[in-house]
Design a protein around this ligand. Sequence first.
Ligand code: ATP
Ligand code: MG
Length: 550
Amino acid sequence: MGTVHTIGIDFGTANSCVAFASYFDRGHGEVDPDPLRRPQVIQFQNRDTVPTCIHLGDRTPQNPPAFGPAAEERALFDPGRFYTGFKLYLGRQDKAGEDAFQMTKHFLQFLRARIGQFVPIEGAGKGERIETVVGHPVQWNADQRNATLHAALEAGFPSVRLEEESLAALYCHVFDERMGFSPKPGSYVLTVDMGGGTTDFAFLQIPEEVDQRPISIPVHPTPQEGRTYGGRDLDIMLFNHLAQQWDPEVVRTHARVLLREVRKFKEGFSNSLADGAMEYESVLLVGNATRRARLTRVEFEQVADEYIRYFEVLIRGALEEAGLRPEQVTQLILTGGHSRWYFVERILGKVFPQLFVGSRTIFRHSHPEQSVARGLAYDPLVRSSRGGFLPPMRRAAHPVYLSIPAKSAVGLDGTPIADPDPVLLIPRGQLLPFRTEAPLRFRVDQASTGTQETQVKIQFLSGQRRAPLVDRVATFQRGFWEQVISKFPWFGSTKLDRFEVLVNFQVDEHEMILADLAVTRFLGGKPVDVQKQRMRVDVVSTQGRDGTEL
Ligand SMILES: Nc1ncnc2c1ncn2[C@@H]1O[C@H](COP(=O)(O)OP(=O)(O)OP(=O)(O)O)[C@@H](O)[C@H]1O
Ligand SMILES: [Mg+2]
């Protein structure tokens, strides 16, 4: 019994939004269906969203890093140390990923300081509990989800959970408009979240019976491998178009700030076109001077022709991936700033004509920029059976493979063999959580390399492109006699190191991977050494995090 305060953080590529709510806690995960305080958005400088950006300052105490609107102001006279869009690099295994992690963590710390004025993060009273729910795109892989989770934990948020942004938008509609939004049993609701970095699709299958849980079917259509579809892609396209008229030197030195100027121009242009205008004109700050820019609808449709048409390809790809026909979709939730483009409804209307004639089948929140954060703050209601909406069962958005890249693998006769194919551990669409019933067993033969020690590398791969997640290496020291013998010339070059790898594997409902690995080394057919490792696919190491300039 007590109070649970829930903080919902929609950490976006371009803008972030924070909401909080309070519930009467009945214990055992159950909360009162009527919140003590319904989700409420925390304002930053009188606005419901805060730009996701950082200005690094100059490392002097007088000029520390600045965030959000203050960072944007500083960028005007010191553009070189201004960063935005770093969310898109989260989870990468390189310097850019490392920097993105640091920037995210510091940005979240900045949010935390403000949230602390509304939610007792520091001094929760007796019987008070605080939960944090952070959103992420459906298409995030395990490394990206982990980086998001750990950035929030390291920023000092209590009890952090993750939730998909598009499901959060749906929860917001379910609980904000209890009466208005009541999908029919057996129907499919499609959420399209078009943000700065990504466009996310998620289908929710409403069960036939009231006591059954809905099923969430995340999709990640990739008709063109590796292509992203967010507001930022259009920013870059328009930037390249408009920059043809600007001084190349200014363009080079002010690129990041100019990109932001172009984004504002783009939004003004989009709003005008939505109001029926055929052209738009505005002033941009280019270096130290102002320049007028003008764009007509005809020009835009030439520049962005392929981009606009690709939206339909994506929607049809999403339907195909979910195995659905357009007429099976009975409701559509549209969210994200990028969905305000005039062409979005036109194309959706072409694919789903039934939704545009039906009444109350297309939902846009009255405050779309709040819907993900509010939905995240409704999380306790979704998990509580008293909320009236059962938590969806989830299907995996990504397949997971295991690979043992024995670079120098050789056949028994000593001839080199190609890398063995990765083994599929779970297919896309697998119902989650998932765990192996019996350990998976692999035999690895590889040409021995080092004389002192020998290693076997184990790698998890995720997604259609089989992007590698972090790997694990088991290192075995060679015994003394083995080292001596291997130096004799007659010992031969085809000596093999032989291992057996046993894997017990789990994927939780947020697609986080947990695996127990046991690697046994064999010598002369006998097991000589065993190493056990528990791994959480986890990009956060305790060292090596000091690479950024913060
Ligand atoms: N009126 C508008 N017309 C067209 N695009 C717009 C409009 N308003 C905002 N945008 C674009 O929407 C994007 C921001 O949307 P949103 O705030 O939903 O994204 P985000 O949450 O920051 O990103 P993501 O969800 O991808 O991480 C930006 O690219 C912005 O330029
Ligand atoms: Mg968003």
